[in-house]
Design a protein. Structure first.
Length: 544
């Protein structure tokens, strides 16, 4: 029996709800029907907590590329309607909160004036197509995929042929060697590869996190630049026609790929494309986890780009307007968003870098903040999310600041991902330190707590984080993580990363440190949990 969302999509095509949005703007929140509220997602509108007439609005930004006019428009909307701030997401989108249905026509019109849209930023459709935020600029990139991201977006956005998928569908296209789009997490990930002297992409399918994380599978397919769109149409078409629709918690491409296997999926894709598929090419990529933060030279002589860290991905309207001003004053009026919830100002003349670095705004949005604050990813948490168990944004900032105080001058990258529920919007399973917010009963009182896991990441051998302890009281999380980091610094081999260390170390020792043991002491506290990170109960929804 199809689920309720499927029934509503059959009754009225989701993209047909736009006139109703304008109608409800006149009638008010109380007039909105439950089915139309679900269809609102196809225009980026999502109910937020508290559910008293306020909405989150997600703005779709292909590849994270914005003009100065677009940044200023978003800043103005954030100031006027969204309580003065915006959130940068892990898919290079921007989210505004506290909007009402009455404001939507004006918001849509002002975004349209600067070439922005919210169409299919949410819903069972192709979501924002992500790409390397310095595509066309990176001196080390193998392929410039910036135009491809735009081409693919223009083909799928608002296309009735693909508006009714079983659930969300995520595409990442990059020519970057640093894997900043985290291709293994995408429904479709295209990463740079070379075959017979031709640069193109290798194809991976079926990635995704939420409560049942899976890495995308390489299916031995090389995709030339002119083959990208036909190949993506084929993959999305398979999902549309054969993806599971009965249960939404199974309605993702990853489950279809897992059930079919790589060989069957490849054969079906070949049949849809209508010609033999070429085998995969050779790859030259690595994982650095920094997402282009800091000052880096561009491939264009005499220019650099500045990757600025936005603490926990939340930026004020004034800061957004300031970024727009700096992008025009020092660069060419362009801003790019990263998949790590930060931003980049490109086209900076090298001769003016010192002037830029002296700007007061760069004391707030720093190119090189301390180690833990630099590598922080969070979701919106219980502040706005119907599924959130704890507050995340301020908690993550405090946690990172505490660790930065404990380990001043630390240079090695340690990525902390804090998510407020098992749906993994903050991609917690792939963090060096992976934190899941929960509610726990401690001393007969329900309090915020955190499940602590370690060792997630990508590269030649991608892994999900391994759970160490559940329900660590919020007040004890900082010291527990400090003991883990201290143990790494005391016991690591020369040059050994945190991730490599926790995979080599005896699990019981890591568990003991989280539980309170001195990293310098021997260990023997119980048995360590085995296997990959798990959650105790499934939840609805899912990552952006």
């Amino acid at each position: 029996m199809p689920n309720q969302i499927e029934e509503w999509k059959r009754e009225k095509a989701p993209l047909d709800v736009l006139p109703d949005i304008h109608r409800y703007a006149q009638l008010g929140f109380a007039a909105i029907t439950k089915d139309d509220k679900a269809r609102f997602r196809w225009y980026g509108i999502y109910s937020q907590v508290p559910n008293d007439g306020n909405f989150m609005l997600r703005i779709k930004i292909p590849g994270g590329a914005l003009s100065q006019a677009q940044v200023l428009a978003i800043a103005a909307l954030a100031e006027e309607y969204a309580h003065g701030f915006a959130d940068i997401t892990t898919r290079q989108d921007i989210q505004l909160h506290w909007l009402t249905i009455e404001q939507m026509p004006d918001v849509f019109a002002r975004l349209r004036q600067v070439g922005l849209t919210t169409t299919e930023a949410c819903g069972d459709c192709v979501r924002n197509v992500i790409g390397c935020p310095v595509a066309g600029l990176d001196a080390q990139e193998a392929v410039d995929a910036h135009a491809l991201v735009r081409e693919v977006t223009e083909h799928f956005v608002g296309n009735p042929e693909f508006e009714n998928l079983p659930r969300k569908f995520k595409i990442g296209i990059t020519g970057c060697r640093e894997n900043c789009i985290q291709a293994e997490m995408q429904d479709v990930g295209l990463t740079p590869a070379q075959r017979d002297g031709e640069w193109g992409f290798n194809l991976r399918v079926g990635g995704g996190l939420s409560t049942q994380p899976m890495f995308a599978r390489a299916i031995d397919v090389f995709v030339g630049r002119d083959e990208v769109l036909p190949m993506l149409r084929g993959v999305v078409g398979i999902f549309r026609d054969d993806g599971y629709r009965d249960r939404r918690n199974r309605a993702r491409l990853k489950f279809l790929v897992a059930d079919w296997g790589e060989a069957r999926f490849r054969a079906e894709l070949e049949a849809r494309v209508g010609r033999p598929l070429r085998s995969a090419g050779s790859e030259d990529r690595h994982w650095v986890g920094d997402h282009h933060m800091g000052i880096h030279p561009q491939k264009q002589p005499g220019f650099s780009y500045a990757g600025l860290v936005v603490p926990a991905g939340r930026i004020s309207a004034a800061q957004l307007a300031g970024v727009a001003r700096l992008s025009a004053a020092y660069g060419q009026g362009e801003v790019r968003l990263t998949g790590s919830q930060n931003l980049i100002i490109p086209w900076l003349p090298n001769a003016r870098l010192s002037d830029l670095l002296s700007e007061p705004l760069l004391q707030e949005l720093q190119p090189a903040p301390p180690a833990f604050s630099r590598r922080l990813v969070t979701c919106t948490g219980e502040q706005f999310c119907n599924f959130g168990q704890i507050e995340t944004k301020e908690r993550a900032r405090r946690l990172a600041a505490y660790l930065d105080e404990q380990f001043p001058g630390l240079e090695e990258p340690i990525r902390i991902h804090l998510t407020g529920c098992p749906n993994a919007c903050a991609q917690w399973q792939v963090g060096d330190i992976a934190l899941l917010g929960v509610r726990a009963r401690i001393d007969n009182e329900i309090v915020p707590a955190i499940d602590i896991a370690v060792g997630g990441g990508f590269g030649p051998t991608p892994t999900f984080a391994t759970l160490l302890r559940r329900r660590v009281p919020d007040t004890e999380a900082g010291p527990a993580l400090a003991r883990l980091v201290r143990g790494w610094l005391q016991h690591r081999q020369p040059g050994e990363s945190f991730r490599d260390y926790v995979h080599r170390e005896e699990p019981a020792r890591l568990v003991a440190w989280v539980g309170g043991a001195d990293p310098g002491s021997t260990f023997g506290i119980g048995d360590a949990p085995q296997g990959r990170l798990a959650t105790e109960a499934p939840a609805a929804g899912g990552e952006e």
